[in-house]
Write a protein that binds this ligand. Structure first.
Ligand code: GLN
Length: 182
């Protein structure tokens, strides 16, 4: 059984924890520094990235978070989690942690498409909720999947980022690929 942390300050963490348990792992809801101890994987969920950023700062969780990501365990960052992980955030500009060399535009898929379901260019089920758009990808970043030609799933080293919500579909393939199954 692996200890998989799910940042649980705000947003869509509950379903991620369910998927982690479905795979036979222990889901650690992260709300304090001690919760980062001994993690073998980490999920940064969707939600409101500005609120998450504010809470991380106020609870002094930024350094422990950086340490875990830099340490190299598999990290899955979705939607707001991707926004926190990006090198640069636009529209509106926002501080971010630079865990992956991409540039994102918040709510970049347009107001008329606040939330929608679609299928990726590789046949993956996608749920977008006020999703960020990846507008630039650095040289070291692998584009794993696209939607209408645009990157929606990217990876560099141990960090995998999705613009969509993989925990809201019936598929657990992405979580399984990253964290394995017991
Ligand atoms: N629009 C949100 C933000 O800017 C992200 C939406 C989501 O995580 N589903 O933080």
């Amino acid at each position: 059984v692996a200890r998989i942390g799910v940042l649980a300050l705000q947003g869509a963490f509950a379903r991620h924890a369910d998927v982690v348990r479905t795979l036979g792992h222990q889901a650690i809801l992260i709300r304090a520094e001690a919760d980062f101890a001994g993690l073998e994987g980490l999920i940064l969920p969707g939600g409101e990235s500005s609120v998450q950023l504010d809470l991380l700062q106020r609870l002094q969780l930024e350094e422990p978070l950086r340490r875990v990501v830099t340490f190299g365990c598999p990290v899955l960052a979705t939607c707001a989690g991707l926004i926190l992980s990006a090198r640069r955030v636009r529209a509106p500009e926002q501080r971010s942690f630079d865990f992956i060399d991409v540039e994102v535009e918040r709510n970049g898929w347009g107001r008329q498409q606040e939330s929608f379901e679609a299928t990726s260019d590789h046949g993956r089920a996608l749920v977008f909720i006020r999703a960020p758009r990846i507008v630039a990808v650095g040289a070291g970043v692998e584009i794993v999947d696209t939607f209408e030609g645009e990157p929606v799933l990217v990876r560099a080293r141990n960090v995998t980022c999705a613009t969509f919500h993989p925990e809201l579909t019936a598929e657990v393939e992405l979580h399984r690929a990253l964290f394995g199954v017991m």
